[in-house]
Write a protein that binds this ligand. Structure first.
Ligand SMILES: Cc1cc2nc3c(=O)[nH]c(=O)nc-3n(C[C@H](O)[C@H](O)[C@H](O)COP(=O)(O)O)c2cc1C
Length: 414
């Protein structure tokens, strides 16, 4: 399906006609938008719905992008911008930019070896990679990537033995931090994703025909069959180990009554840094700190869980006020530009997570695309630091931003 570029004020009556670059030459890629456009060219529809789709009305998904448009920059000029830098610290260790690669499950549906490719790309860029419980490669294999800052994302489901085993394995594999996702115990109502299936575990005929028309994807992904949830599949009963069936089985076993008592038990077992991911409420952030958590990843799962939720950016200043400097505070959701990351930092985040932006790189160009996506975001941050007259991240503060009364639609990513 050809990618139709969005209109912009530079295109009155859709003229001049514009297209993102969707070719294979990475040197010609200008922005995450190009990586997304090539992703849309190469991936079958059911994969795109899994990647792009949100829950319900997709109101949260839209808000995650819109929220950035509520903030405008009031730049300074005549400042020394000759030495710009995005250098920072993530969890007390130096990092070249304030970014982490977010945990995403089922990466094997984009490309065989996708978890490794994301881990390698993150390592090359010097930033942490957070591996999902629903990833497709064993954590012990990913841990072998030299120099990797390996973090483990935990979903809690089934008997205690499962989370306990995963936590112990993460410790043995040398993971630096454990990230407990708190907002996905009940699976979001992702209707567009579901519409690609005829039954719970069977793709529709249209989906199969469409997938067959994507030979590049089939060649790079289906070699050896559909991916498996390698880190947890042994806990799944044998009769439910098919691709779709195992995913549904795991979803059904998620603890619907997970609570602070469980956070305390995880805290007691895991000796490294512990983060909660998916929190939005300032009161919960404060309670998390009282529970011995080291950091919060604000977010709404990329718009895939609660519909009509506020965007993490909307609540970021309040949460920062509430937790002060007692916690690392990261923002996850809607990051597509270096300027997005800088706005988040200005409003109180220490770093941002990228989910789809790095996945677009992966889908479009494999491992090199992951590196490219992170490079693009870094290059944009460096450029904007100069444009804003704030040469280093220390100079990024709330007074750089002005809140607008209304927010123009951002067509590019909504
Ligand atoms: C395809 C996909 C799979 C995801 N899987 C997980 C997951 O397994 N665990 C998790 O904590 N978050 C998961 N997320 C949420 C991301 O970690 C992250 O919060 C979100 O993608 C951020 O929004 P962005 O995609 O706009 O950057 C997933 C997101 C996407 C797009």
């Amino acid at each position: 399906m050809p990618f139709i570029p969005p209109s912009s004020v530079a295109q009155l009556d859709k003229s001049p006609r514009r297209r993102f670059y969707t070719g294979r030459n990475l040197d010609r890629v200008q922005s995450i938008g190009d990586l997304r456009a090539r992703t849309h060219r190469l991936m079958p529809r059911f994969v795109l719905e899994y990647l792009e789709g949100g829950a319900g009305e997709e109101a949260t998904l839209a808000r995650e992008r819109e929220a950035f448009a509520t903030w405008r920059v009031l730049p300074h000029t005549l400042r020394d911008e000759s030495a710009r830098s995005t250098a920072c610290a993530i969890l007390g260790r130096p990092a070249p930019l304030p970014l982490l690669v977010a945990p995403t499950g089922v990466n094997g549906i984009f490309m065989r070896g996708a978890d490794s490719a994301l881990a390698l790309g993150a390592t090359e860029a010097g930033v942490p990679f957070i591996q999902s419980t629903m990833s497709n490669e064993p954590m012990e294999e990913i841990a072998k990537v030299p120099g990797l800052r390996h973090w483990w994302q935990l979903y809690v489901f089934g008997p205690d033995e499962i989370w306990q085993t995963l936590v112990d394995r993460a410790a043995a594999a040398g993971c630096e931090a454990l990230v407990l996702t708190t907002n996905a115990q009940i699976f979001g109502q992702r209707e567009w994703d579901s519409r690609t299936r005829a039954t719970r575990s069977r793709p529709s005929l249209r989906t199969i025909v469409n997938a067959a028309r994507h030979p590049h994807w089939a060649a790079t992904t289906l070699r050896g069959g559909l991916p498996r949830f390698e880190n947890v599949i042994d806990f799944v009963p044998k009769e439910h180990r098919g691709f779709f069936d195992s995913a549904f089985w795991i979803r059904e076993q998620m603890w619907k009554d997970i609570g602070w008592r469980d956070v305390a038990r995880i805290r007691a077992r895991w000796k490294g840094a512990l983060f909660l991911k998916g929190v939005l409420h300032p009161e919960e952030a404060v309670r998390a700190l009282d529970a011995g958590v080291d950091g919060i990843m604000l977010g709404s799962h990329g718009g895939r869980q609660a519909d009509w939720a506020v965007a993490p950016l909307d609540v970021l200043p309040r949460v920062r006020d509430a937790v002060g400097d007692r916690a690392e505070l990261y923002l996850s959701g809607g990051i597509r530009r270096g300027s997005d990351a800088l706005k988040a930092l200005a409003l109180g985040a220490d770093a941002v997570l990228t989910g789809r932006a790095t996945l677009y790189g992966l889908c479009a160009h494999g491992g090199d695309g992951v590196t490219k996506a992170i490079d693009l975001l870094k290059k944009e941050m460096m450029n904007e630091l100069g444009q804003y007259g704030a040469p280093t991240l220390d100079a990024i503060s709330p007074d750089l931003l002005v809140r607008m009364g209304h927010f123009p639609h951002i067509p590019e990513f909504c």
